[in-house]
Design a protein around this ligand. Sequence first.
Ligand code: NAD
Ligand code: ZN
Length: 256
Amino acid sequence: MSSATDTEEVLITRAAKDIVDSHKTIALTGAGISVESGIPDFRSAGGLWSKYDPEEYAHISAFRSNPTKVWQMIKEMMDLVLGAEPNPAHVALAELEQMGLLSSIITQNVDGLHQRGGAKKVIEFHGSNQWLVCLQCGYRQEAVSLSFEEIPPLCPECDSVLKPDVVFFGEPIPWEAQTGSFEEARTCGLVLVIGTSAVVYPAAGIPTSAKQSGAKIIEINTEPTPLTGYISDYLIQGTAGAILPKIVEEVKKHIS
Ligand code: NAD
Ligand code: ZN
């Protein structure tokens, strides 16, 4: 447990040592890690999600009953994501992976920024908005190949509405992502929980599952979460883009 007197510097040094000492480290990331790339999380004031209530717009029943309305939101999200670049937090995680100190990144994000930041082993727990799928016939196509001038886009095979290959509320998690993530959680010694409010299940259960198998949990977030003080060993409070590069610099001192 961290004490109130622990400074950011002390916690960064501690996190670097925990990473170096761990036999296997994984990261669980959420929308907060992409905020510094200009993509708002569900809790940011202003922006996309104050216009579109995610509970309403990101539910599969809303998509089925009014795809044109939901596609307004999807189109705005796509525009934001296509214009976004990975930030120092994405790059720092990719660097840890290259150093052989990060086994995988389990992300709840659908923006593809971990891969664009250089990470290789990324489990997309909630799918990806890089692909569109047809719920009727299974046709798939890359999102970048569409201009989205006409929404909703239709399947060229069967004329049904195409849907981004992301997991909407009310939809199951892709089987491979779910089993792969919980296997990583069960077998790791440390989880970095970054920029997630840890309220959307089953993803939010990953740190708890890891903890039950004996792993340490470090949170990096601008705010405490329901995990803080219960599941996480300590919280480094601040922005991911500032904290993660500092941890990586500290790790380098240990291994050089
Ligand atoms: P969330 O919006 O519920 O929570 C974001 C968390 O990040 C909060 O705890 C917040 O305090 C923290 N945060 C904000 N800025 C931060 C920063 N700069 N550094 C560190 N932490 C910061 O997001 P969630 O937990 O990922 O759950 C929401 C769901 O929304 C997810 O399933 C995700 O798929 C989806 N979503 C994805 C994107 C994306 O792909 N970029 C964007 C919005 C929502
Ligand atoms: Zn089709």
